[in-house]
Ligand binder design. Structure first.
Ligand code: GPU
Length: 816
């Protein structure tokens, strides 16, 4: 796009900024684009018309961004991610386009309130949890930091299920998030790509390394994109999402004419299944194949798009890596590495060494776990069938890589076996994390401890070989979404305290709140904000301690430990009803993977315990357990501002970083937590006296496991722990939880019982602090004041400086 294509160049009017002008455009959107009138407009017509009107306000900035990026031909950042949890779009885009106030006035012409319309905004369900929400925070901050970037992903029809409770257990239903359409999305059919699967390879005469791949199935990738505006800047980047389609030839007209309707569309259906669901159940061979197919689909479409964009401005492949950095969000997009090799060698006819040098300098890899079961591997035979050419390329990459290892560590066959990209077990498998390390220039973990443990454990051999490749970039969160939008009361109070709202894109400025931590009037208002947020949430008595554990359900995160605390409190109160108890509302929210039975059993037990307590007149005045259904970004934005206490209680060494921990601390919740993930960095910043620490550290936990852990010792020795577990076994909670007790007493993989007593002690410390409101409020203010480091703007500054080596490109403001 050249500058002459911009609005001014073709004499197009500038969109007005007054309420009247906004209202005119809103009515025009309703009339011309929705094709309806004020009198007959439905609520969704109103929503769509408003969304389009707001979107239009970002269009100029988008056009100027594209032109400025094109003109400066920078190194571009491409973020490849299987997940994006972007959150609701309307409120965000009102804020980022500065049209919130005029819009609130203008919508009156439609006879509706802005709030009413915002309630219709459905968040795109394109991810499962922390990894997907991190991707959304990072693209927000890339735009805010003026980094030329595109996020690539898949436009799933069903990216996450809708959770409800049925008889106290999790039930899953499809979440058809785009059912009413998605006004934020721009289709881009001209940039459609063709992706091959299956088939065979053929030699090419006269070439050793090049091959011809003849795929057996062809699928189309149709892109659309959503706008990603920066805050307080002109930049508007995009997230480009691919949707799978059958080609025209996949519809069998003659079969259809013969009345074979299902057979006529079966090929198209098979193609479209690729973008149907995120992480299809991989417990069957077909499920596993579909997952790998999805990953390849994302990578193949995105790489061709990246190359197309490179060639718009450049002609020499030698410049490719200098103009392109592709960040792999965990191993899911690792197949992009052999795919780029295939494109460069087979299609663009570069020689292997040049292609490999380009590839290695183009990619960087972020690892988000230490759990061995989360490190992806694929059976060789699956690769052979689905992506035969890629397997050949991986074999060659591996051969050359192992030669490099052999040269450095001659004769160390054990090392070669450990490091090989191909794992030789009962079944030969491709180790995607090894491929990701070998094919990239930089590898990073997502918190200090995580990056250290990666170097010391799962990737130790690689760190020995290439120490400089390994880095840390601690995660962060968007202060716009998680303070300004989620917690407007707190945002206003902070702005007042600091004198301006510059902290929204300079979050370290929150440190200036420190001087107000002892100011009685400010403290009073701080408390009032929290209380009002609790009233809004309406989960329990707003004067009770609101204790929240909100995250995916996983045994390593230890919701079961929180539950043992709740059961113990229940038993203590029953034994001494006249005691001086601190009233608590314990709020859980989160989804369990549909096939993860142990996690679903924990959800069931939580609800059974909650019901037992609610029915107990002695205990219920002091203790309430709430399970909030269908945890998603929108619900998180309601719960986080109301939290007093943040539960970050994973077994040390298991949670790579956590990001909910950051959001809660930033909103003035105090953390009770282990020395795990980013908890360590939160504690170091907010001060150990303002953090409730408990439990084994990662090294102690490893030692306990090595020495031979016996959970029964804790059970026998700790009478309260025994009483809690015995109550479950005795069926006191509707018979729920017996499998949990069996696993805790049998092996207790995540050392729940070992940390129980220490956790209960920490909770007593919590109550001591809570009984002194001035002390608690001071601690709360200091948590917010010292959480500035956890802005995703800082995370992006780190990636830009240390991994991507890219500089911002300023998008000029429009001439008035
Ligand atoms: N995470 Br691997 C996910 O949400 N999904 C995954 O597949 C993998 C990691 C999370 C980590 O568990 C969490 O600790 C981290 O904060 C988050 O990624 C973002 O880095």
């Amino acid at each position: 796009m050249g500058p002459m294509d911009l609005r001014q160049g073709i004499g197009l009017r500038r969109l007005g900024t007054t309420t009247d002008e906004f209202q005119q455009d809103l009515l025009s959107s309703l009339y011309y684009r929705r094709g309806t009138t004020v009198e007959s407009a439905s609520a969704h017509d109103a929503y769509d018309a408003l969304a389009l009107t707001v979107r239009d306000r970002l269009a100029d900035r988008r056009a100027r961004t594209a032109a400025a990026h094109y003109a400066s031909n920078p190194r571009w950042v491409y973020y490849l991610s299987a997940e994006y949890l972007l959150g609701a779009q309307l409120e965000q885009n009102l804020l980022y386009s500065g049209t919130g106030e005029v819009a609130a006035q203008a919508v009156k012409a439609l006879g509706r309130s802005l709030q009413e319309i915002e309630d219709l905004d459905v968040e795109p369900g394109l991810g499962n949890g922390g990894l997907g929400r991190l991707a959304a925070c990072l693209v927000d901050s890339m735009a805010t930091r003026d980094i030329p970037a595109v996020g690539y992903g898949i436009r799933y029809d069903f990216g996450i299920f809708k959770q409800s409770l049925e008889n106290g257990g999790q039930a899953e239903r499809p979440d058809d998030w785009a059912f009413q359409g998605n006004p934020w999305e721009f289709p881009a059919p001209d940039d459609r790509q063709t992706v091959g699967f299956y088939g065979h390879t053929e030699p090419i005469a006269g070439s050793q390394t090049r091959k011809r791949w003849v795929p057996g199935e062809i699928v189309l990738g149709e892109p659309s994109h959503m706008l990603v505006p920066g805050y307080g800047t002109e930049t508007v980047n995009i997230v480009r999402l691919w949707r799978a389609r059958g080609s025209e030839a996949s519809f069998d007209l003659s079969r259809f004419s013969a009345g074979q309707y299902a057979e006529a569309v079966q090929e198209a259906v098979r193609a479209e299944n690729i973008s149907k669901v995120l992480y299809p159940d991989d417990s069957t061979e077909l499920g596993r194949e579909l997952r790998l197919k999805q990953q390849y689909f994302l990578c193949s479409c995105s790489l061709r798009d990246i190359i197309r964009r490179f060639r718009l401005r450049n002609s020499d492949w030698a410049d490719f890596a200098a103009k392109t950095i592709i960040q792999l969000n965990d191993t899911h997009p690792t197949i992009a590495i052999p795919e780029l090799m295939r494109l460069l060698v087979d299609e663009y006819e570069l020689d292997w060494d040049q292609a490999w040098s380009i590839t290695r300098r183009t990619f960087a890899y972020t690892c988000h776990t230490l759990l061995p079961e989360a490190l992806e591997t694929w059976p060789v035979h699956l690769f052979e069938r689905l992506l035969p050419r890629h397997l050949e390329i991986i074999y060659l990459i591996n051969l050359l890589f192992l030669r490099e290892v052999e040269a450095r560590f001659p004769g160390d066959n054990d090392r070669l076996r450990r490091m090989s990209i191909i794992g030789e077990g009962d079944e030969r498998r491709v180790r995607m994390a090894h491929l990701a390390v070998v094919g990239t220039e930089a590898v990073n973990g997502v918190a200090e401890l995580h990056s250290k443990l990666l170097r010391e454990t799962v990737l130790q051999d690689f760190a020995d070989l290439w120490p400089a490749k390994f880095q840390n970039v601690t995660n962060g969160v968007s202060p716009r979404r998680f303070v300004k939008l989620a917690n407007p009361r707190l945002a206003d109070l902070i702005t007042e305290g600091l004198g301006d709202d510059g902290w929204l894109n300079d979050l370290e400025r929150l440190a200036e709140l420190e001087s107000l931590a002892d100011d009685a009037a400010f403290m009073e208002r701080w408390r009032a904000v929290k209380r009002a947020n609790k009233v809004d949430l309406a989960a329990g008595d707003p004067d009770s301690l609101t204790d929240v554990m909100i995250k995916r359900f996983h045994e390593y995160k230890r919701q079961q430990l929180k539950l043992l605390h709740v059961i113990t409190m229940y038993q203590r109160i029953r034994q001494n009803p006249a005691g001086d108890w601190v009233p608590r509302t314990v709020l859980f929210a989160g989804k369990a993977a549909p096939a993860y039975h142990a996690a679903k059993n924990i959800i069931r037990l939580i609800n059974a315990v909650g019901a037992t307590i609610a029915a107990d007149p002695v205990v219920s005045p002091y203790l309430k357990v709430v399970f909030a259904e269908n945890y998603n970004v929108t619900l998180a934005e309601r719960i986080i501002p109301a939290a007093d206490l943040s539960e970050q209680i994973s077994l040390a060494g298991k949670e790579a970083s956590g990001t909910g921990n950051m959001k809660l601390a930033l909103n003035g919740a105090l953390t009770v937590g282990t020395l795990d993930g980013a908890n360590i960095e939160i504690r170091a910043r907010v001060g150990e006296e303002n953090f409730f620490l408990f439990g084994l550290d990662a090294y102690q936990a490893a030692e306990v496991q090595i020495r031979g852990y016996n959970p029964r010792e804790h059970y026998e020795w700790d009478t309260e722990l025994k009483a809690a577990l015995d109550a479950i076994t005795a069926g006191r909670f509707d018979g729920a939880g017996r499998e949990l007790v069996d696993s805790l007493l049998g092996w207790d993989e995540y050392l729940t019982l070992a940390d129980y007593r220490s956790y209960l002690d920490a909770q007593e410390e919590v109550e001591r602090a809570w009984r002194d409101p001035a002390r608690w409020t001071r601690m709360s203010i200091l948590n917010t004041a010292h959480s500035g480091f956890f802005s995703s703007d800082r995370t992006i500054a780190d990636y830009a400086a240390r991994i991507w080596r890219v500089a911002p490109v300023t998008v000029p403001k429009e001439d008035q």
